[in-house]
Design a protein around this ligand. Structure first.
Ligand code: OOB
Length: 586
């Protein structure tokens, strides 16, 4: 068992095993078995460059060689390794190599930058960091130079690509020497990797998932998405995210013995030809991408005829858009409402059309326990909106090394407080009605308000900051930062672009830079004197409606409305009330 991990209580572990959910599988053995059963079948297709097609036997061999090479470079069981790769075949070679030796991948996303990566490395004490050389015009080697200087435990940076700069080439790592027996085999109950939480706190929390629990979630997903050996899954979203990884995702597809096709860009111009060429049968998208695909199909783009199932999740998919999927893409929609912490809900392939288009599905497992409660943790009846709490065979019992957060995020009896507001229908399906957590869901990309507020507060002109969501026809939500300037700065306020540049300059993922900034003299207060984010959300929604009209198209996007200067927002006026005080958060 790994330090920092909250184990499942013994009586639950016994129950989950007895029910056949946890079958004592590990990722290392899973791949070995598939390779033994049908080694000649293609497992991974990476169309980049000359194109690569790895069979199960090839992936298995590569995982072994990578594992041996990593050990030769000093990586040991239980070590953490930050993996930040785009959708390339090496992702699977590295991850399965790490699984084999029981070292834990920490799944960073390609969008993450200095601040996030330094946090992942220092918080986990990572000994290695795996990156591409350049991807999407960004040089990850330079990022790694800076990260390394800040991360004492980091001994090794491995670069997938020809020119590793100051670092080592990933391609030079694999070797043939057999693994020494001293490593033992990872156990099914061991933590397999650390996922990232969407987060609502100052820094992202890490999610420890075990072989047993994660394999159950992807086996269950694969079954109810109808995967088999003939399935071809297009990995269009970033491979390391929980949705394309396990719902049913690439790992669910490999479990079922199917084929994973890596898509370098998720837009229809790249994805449709690839679907056509590879005979893709199933894929998963966030709502904004699904909208792009639908629009492309409506304009006459073709190539997706082989597609049988489209999963949409990560953020709420509107009923209107959901109803367009069948007619335009000719496939069955499956809504997915999941979370890296565990619980995943799906509409079923044979659900009635209305259920598929108006709900976000029901849990994978009969042993997923769902509670919908009021503000005092009292259960509310079906049909009433409340807070979603959940416990089950693939939902974590605690974040990694975070006792303080765990006390807030879990009930005493182990239910995870999802922060989502849902309603349960009489059929047991869940409808997501909103969110109680302080997070903005920017088309599936999660932005923790507090994290961005802390970056804004670091600006010398900023006295206080409150980040809220604003409605957006394309992404669903975007971020709006309300800012109170220091009194001395109000005569000559900084420009909005300057504040954005400042936040970006702090080195964080681009999607976290506020889409809009509004200056106010004070924040509206709740009855007990806290910042009323509800009022701020209402204010920006009203101001957008008046500025852009009800028919504002999808491009009325970031700052498309007039970013009226200081004093444009609520409570504009000279009386900085009780909430004008600094609000620095930890
Ligand atoms: C997925 O995972 P995360 O960890 O990035 O985000 C989880 C949160 C949920 O708590 C919920 O707030 C939101 O994302 N969410 C949805 C949703 N699916 C996720 N909100 C409304 N409707 C949906 N369909 O986003 C994730 C993980 C596995 C599968 C799918 C998505």
């Amino acid at each position: 068992m790994t330090a920092g991990f909250t184990p499942y209580p013994a009586e639950f572990a016994v129950r989950y095993r007895a029910a056949g959910h946890w079958r004592g599988e590990t990722f290392g053995r899973m791949l070995r078995e598939r390779a033994a059963g049908h080694g000649e079948r293609v497992a991974i297709v990476d169309p980049a460059g000359e194109g690569r097609r790895w069979t199960y036997a090839e992936l298995d061999r590569r995982a072994d060689r990578m594992a041996a090479g990593l050990v030769a470079r000093g990586i040991r069981r239980g070590d953490r390794v930050v993996v930040q790769l785009p959708n390339v075949a090496e992702f699977f070679e590295v991850v399965f190599g790490l699984f084999r030796i029981g070292a834990l991948p920490v799944f960073a996303l390609p969008a993450h930058r200095y601040t996030e990566i330094v946090h992942f490395c220092s918080f986990t004490g990572a000994v290695a960091y795996v990156i591409p050389d350049v991807d999407g015009g960004f040089d990850y080697r330079e990022l790694a130079d800076r990260v390394r200087a800040e991360s004492p435990a980091l001994r090794l940076v491995l670069v997938a690509g020809e020119d590793p700069g100051e670092h080592a080439r990933l391609a030079d790592v694999p070797c043939d020497s057999p693994l020494g027996g001293e490593f033992g085999e990872p156990q099914p109950g061991d933590v397999a990797f650390l996922q990232l939480s969407g987060g609502s706190t100052g820094v992202p929390k890490l999610i420890p998932r075990t072989h047993d629990d994660y394999i159950y979630s992807l086996r269950g997903s694969a079954e109810l998405c109808g995967l088999d050996q003939d399935s071809v899954y297009l990995c269009a979203l970033p491979a390391a995210h929980n949705f394309p990884l396990s719902s049913p995702g690439s790992l669910g597809t490999l479990y079922a013995g199917g084929r994973v096709v890596l898509c370098p860009q998720p837009g229809p111009e790249t994805a449709f030809p690839l679907i056509g060429r590879e005979g893709v049968t199933i894929t998963g998208l966030v709502p904004p991408l699904a909208l792009l695909w639908l629009d492309a199909a409506e304009r006459g783009a073709r190539g997706f005829a082989s597609l049988e199932v489209l999963l949409v999740g990560g953020a709420k998919f509107s009923e209107e858009a959901a109803r367009r999927v069948g007619p335009l893409l000719g496939c069955t929609l499956q809504q997915v409402f999941g979370m890296a912490e565990g619980l995943v809900n799906y509409t079923r392939l044979d659900d009635p059309e209305d259920v598929i288009t108006t709900t976000q599905g029901r849990p994978i497992s009969p042993d997923d326990e769902i509670r919908v409660v009021d503000d005092h943790d009292r259960d509310v009846p079906d049909g009433t909106t409340g807070h979603l709490l959940t416990r089950g065979p693939y939902t974590i019992r605690g974040y990694w090394n975070a006792p303080g957060h765990n006390a807030d995020s879990f009930t005493a009896d182990g239910f995870y407080r999802t922060g989502d507001l849902v309603r349960r229908t009489s059929t047991g399906h869940l409808v997501v009605e909103g969110r109680a957590k302080d997070q903005i869901n920017r088309g599936g990309e999660k932005v923790a308000a507090e994290e961005i507020e802390n970056h804004l507060l670091a600006h010398p002109a900023v006295h206080d900051a409150a980040v809220v969501s604003m409605p957006d026809p394309y992404l669903g939500e975007r971020t709006c930062a309300y800012v109170v300037l220091r009194r001395s700065e109000r005569e000559r306020p900084p420009k909005v672009v300057e504040l954005k540049r400042f936040v970006r300059g702090r080195g964080l993922a681009d999607y976290k830079v506020p889409d809009r900034v509004e200056f106010v003299d004070a924040f509206p207060a709740t009855g007990i004197g806290k910042v009323s984010k509800k009022d701020l959300r209402a204010a920006i929604a009203t101001s957008l409606r008046t500025a852009t009209g009800p028919n504002a198209g999808p491009n009325a996007g970031p700052n498309a409305g007039p970013n009226a200067g200081p004093n444009a927002g609520p409570n504009a006026g000279p009386n900085a009330g009780p909430n004008a005080g600094p609000n620095r958060k930890q």
